[in-house]
Design a protein around this ligand. Structure first.
Ligand SMILES: Cc1cc2nc3c(=O)[nH]c(=O)nc-3n(C[C@H](O)[C@H](O)[C@H](O)COP(=O)(O)OP(=O)(O)OC[C@H]3O[C@@H](n4cnc5c(N)ncnc54)[C@H](O)[C@@H]3O)c2cc1C
Length: 401
């Protein structure tokens, strides 16, 4: 198949570039550049999310009937690539990429009316209540209970590793509504506000020192049954559908490619003595070439599958392939960046991540967040299903083994 862009795609790419030139302000770009973690801080993310929403491009993968721009998969891919190369913030995608598609497919009309416009306009921030202290990879063993009480459920239990729970105004949550039969059979999928009485959010700091995720406790939290998405005890089907989107569909390579370009820049700047730069070192050049091949292979595979995806189709189990390769190649690029910066990667200067700071950084400008990104992105092969779990899915559902 033809992996080159046709004239329409090239014209679209130019439109996107013009939009980015005009709207990606220095403040937003700076906030994105100083991102130490998996997602960008709230201020630049929301500013950029609102800019995209105003243009109608925030939920660019949504069908037109729900307010999407009607782009082809190739256009979506071009957009993601141009954004990554231009250095836009990494947005919280739990609304637009995860719960949004779920509400479209399984939600009632009332739920569509209530939630989709807010996601489209970037007015709602979501968090994901799947994992529990005793239920991670083996998600179906979750124990948070939802007991029927008239028109409501009374929810008790705890969720853990809940990214952004301290900022979110809503949660989508898996709860146990029955203990009969197989563990997958008694699960329901509910949505509720994070300011509902009975919810406590306690921070968990990452190894890199950032506050990204939390443990969330539910003590007699009353949630209307009308907030359940799909049938009672059939939430496992809904949960799996959402995971296909969480694992990313086919758009890992833009961010990985942008990081590889940053690595090349670091290598061009890093002195190795005698006036030479790291990029002149044959061993490091070999390393960079190997990474470049892996990034290109990822990109070509994504573009091949993307070309075959019809609009509105869900990504399917093949998303596990991209989740696996995308996260592993990304980690390899970030590791190479830390090695390239060598001693200067070690100092811990979180105050230098604050946009507008006047901190004199020890690391060179282009490398100031390299170590934090490296440490935080160790999580990429764990969250949204670990690499081992992805390999099992690929073996069973893609390769049919
Ligand atoms: C940064 C980050 C953000 C996260 N955000 C969220 C969030 O917002 N919401 C949420 O609900 N969860 C979130 N998670 C949780 C994440 O989904 C879980 O960590 C993940 O599913 C793994 O579960 P676990 O940590 O309990 O590890 P376990 O399931 O205990 O796994 C431990 C190890 O055993 C391996 N393993 C487990 N089962 C198998 C198997 N069957 N075959 C082979 N190997 C296996 C795993 O690969 C892993 O290496 C987040 C995690 C991280 C790191």
């Amino acid at each position: 198949m033809d992996l080159n862009l046709n004239p329409n795609d090239l014209a679209f790419r130019d439109d996107v570039r013009a939009f980015l030139d005009e709207n990606l302000t220095d403040d937003i770009r700076e906030g994105a550049r100083l991102t130490p973690s998996v997602r960008s801080p709230l201020a630049p993310s929301r500013a950029w999310g609102k800019t995209l929403a105003k243009k109608g491009w925030l939920c660019h993968a949504w069908p037109q009937e729900y307010g999407g721009p009607g782009w082809s998969p190739v256009q979506r891919y071009i957009f993601e690539s141009e954004c990554a190369l231009a250095g836009t913030p990494v947005l919280n995608h739990m609304g637009r990429k995860m719960v949004g598609p779920v509400v479209m497919k399984y939600g009632s009309q009332a739920q569509k009316d209530e939630y989709l416009p807010g996601i489209l306009n970037d007015d709602l921030l979501w968090c994901q209540g799947y994992s529990e202290p005793g239920a991670g990879s083996d998600l179906a063993s979750l124990q948070t209970s939802a007991v029927s009480d008239g028109d409501d459920y009374i929810i008790n239990g705890s969720k853990i590793w809940t990214t952004g729970a301290h900022q979110a105004d809503h949660i989508f949550c898996l709860v146990r509504t029955s203990s009969d039969g197989k563990s997958q059979e008694g699960i329901s999928f509910v949505l509720f506000r994070m300011d509902t009485p009975g919810i406590t959010v306690k921070p968990i700091l990452t190894f890199a020192g950032d506050h990204d995720f939390n443990q969330v406790f539910f003590d007699d939290v009353r949630v209307p049954k009308a907030n359940r998405v799909g049938e009672e005890n059939k939430g496992w089907t809904v949960a799996k559908y959402l995971l296909e989107f969480e694992r990313g569909g086919v758009a890992y390579s833009p961010q990985v490619k942008a990081s590889a370009q940053k690595l090349a820049e670091i290598a061009r700047q890093a002195p190795v003595g005698g006036g030479a730069k790291l990029v002149d070192d044959p061993d490091f050049r070999r390393k960079m070439s190997s990474l470049e091949i892996q990034v290109t292979a990822l990109e070509m595979s994504e573009r091949r599958v993307m070309g075959a995806l019809s609009q509105g189709q869900n990504p399917g189990p093949a998303s596990s392939i991209f989740k696996l390769r995308g996260s592993e190649v990304y980690q390899a690029v970030l590791e190479a960046a830390v090695k390239a910066i060598a001693y200067y990667a070690n100092p811990y200067q979180p105050e230098a991540y604050v946009p507008g700071n006047n901190v004199e950084t020890i690391a060179p400008d282009e490398a100031v967040t390299a170590s934090s990104l490296y440490f935080n992105q160790r999580a990429a092969t764990i969250y949204a299903g670990s690499s081992e779990v992805q390999r099992t899915i690929i073996a069973k559902h893609v390769l049919g083994l």
